[in-house]
Design a protein around this ligand. Structure first.
Ligand code: UDP
Ligand code: MG
Length: 315
């Protein structure tokens, strides 16, 4: 068994060495080969120098150096793509996650879970700007994805390689991997982890992230349900709008015929025109989406399904 720890690092000069020593202490005790992938996400402080010196002393420390700041999700994604482990554990590099939790994650994976998600039950961050928005976001994500875990935002999670190797991450999407994996048949669980206040350096996020997370959620949900058939989504809405447009138009005409109201006395004609135009637009958008989707699958020879096993096929 091989374990890969993935650390996204953006201006963490005060934390890297302490974290490294804590990691080594824990990892040297477990019965597994390991590697520590450090992704320097365009730091402007001494992070890179520190990483270079660590990696020259210890070959297990691998450094991926980004040209610019591409964000935590991109950094995690690069680390995961270049990792070799059968089990992958990403965690924050700011000492808010605790390396001592690693053996517990491994235990859970050994029990047979494909994804183990950390739950910062006693989270040491601000209440109003961090914890409350996060509770609300977690509730919404749980509702929409149908995968109920308490703390999507915790970056410390453990994954079996096979559930994560084909996942492409964009935006703030690293937090949705458990949902993604679960939709594709993975067994997901969660586990309480320790959480510490940030001592060195500063958080890189504010309240704005909550909105980005919700937007990403919409994309993830859309892609999971309608990826193969976008016309059903846009076309459905389009038909609804078009039908309502016809009904409101008819209503305007009927009101006039029965002498109740002149057509220009009601908002119905404008509403009708609007709904019909929107309806046609939505259907057209659905057709465009279908074409894009087909290009996506066919240009890459991807199939819109996942086969688990095949029986009696030679080879
Ligand atoms: N991070 C990163 N790129 C960024 C922002 C953050 O690699 O653009 C890293 C950061 O160095 C840390 C982790 O992502 O290791 C979590 O960041 P932070 O502690 O700022 O987030 P918070 O814990 O406040 O949610
Ligand atoms: Mg942090």
């Amino acid at each position: 068994m091989k374990l890969s720890i993935v650390l996204p690092i953006y201006n963490e000069e005060g934390n890297i060495k302490i974290l490294y020593h804590k990691l080594i202490e824990v990892l040297s005790k477990i019965d597994a080969e390991y590697e520590i992938l450090c992704v320097n996400d365009g730091s402007s402080d001494k992070s890179l120098e520190i990483l270079k010196s660590l990696s020259s002393q210890d070959r297990k420390v691998k450094v991926i150096n980004f040209k610019n700041n591409f964000g935590q999700t991109a950094a995690m994604s690069a680390g995961i793509k270049l990792s070799k482990g059968d089990i992958i554990i990403p965690m924050d590099a700011d000492l808010q996650n605790d390396p001592e939790d690693i053996p517990k994650f491994l235990e859970k994976i050994k029990e047979g879970f494909d994804v183990v998600s950390g739950w910062r039950k006693d989270r040491k961050d601000g209440l109003v700007l961090r914890k409350i928005p996060s509770w609300i976001a977690n509730w919404i994500i749980g509702k929409i994805t149908g995968v109920k875990i308490h703390d999507y935002g915790c970056s410390m999670k453990a994954y079996k390689r096979e559930v994560i190797k084909d996942v492409n991450l964009y935006g703030e999407m690293h937090r949705f991997i458990p949902a993604y994996a679960s939709w594709q048949g993975a067994v997901v669980t969660e586990m309480v982890v320790k959480h510490h206040p940030r001592i060195h350096g500063q958080t890189k996020y504010g309240i704005g992230r909550t909105f980005k997370v919700i937007l990403d959620l919409i994309v993830v949900k859309f892609l999971s349900v309608y990826m193969n058939r976008p016309i059903h989504f846009f076309g459905g809405l389009g038909f609804m709008s078009f039908t309502l447009g016809i009904i409101t138009g008819l209503a305007a005409v009927l009101l006039r015929l029965f002498g109740i109201k002149y057509i220009i006395e009601t908002p119905l004609p404008i509403l009708s025109a609007l709904l019909i135009i929107v309806g046609v637009q939505l259907v057209a958008m659905g057709i465009l989406a279908e074409m894009i989707m087909r290009t996506y699958y066919e240009s890459q020879h991807k199939e819109p399904y996942i086969i688990k096993d095949k029986i009696n096929f030679d080879n």
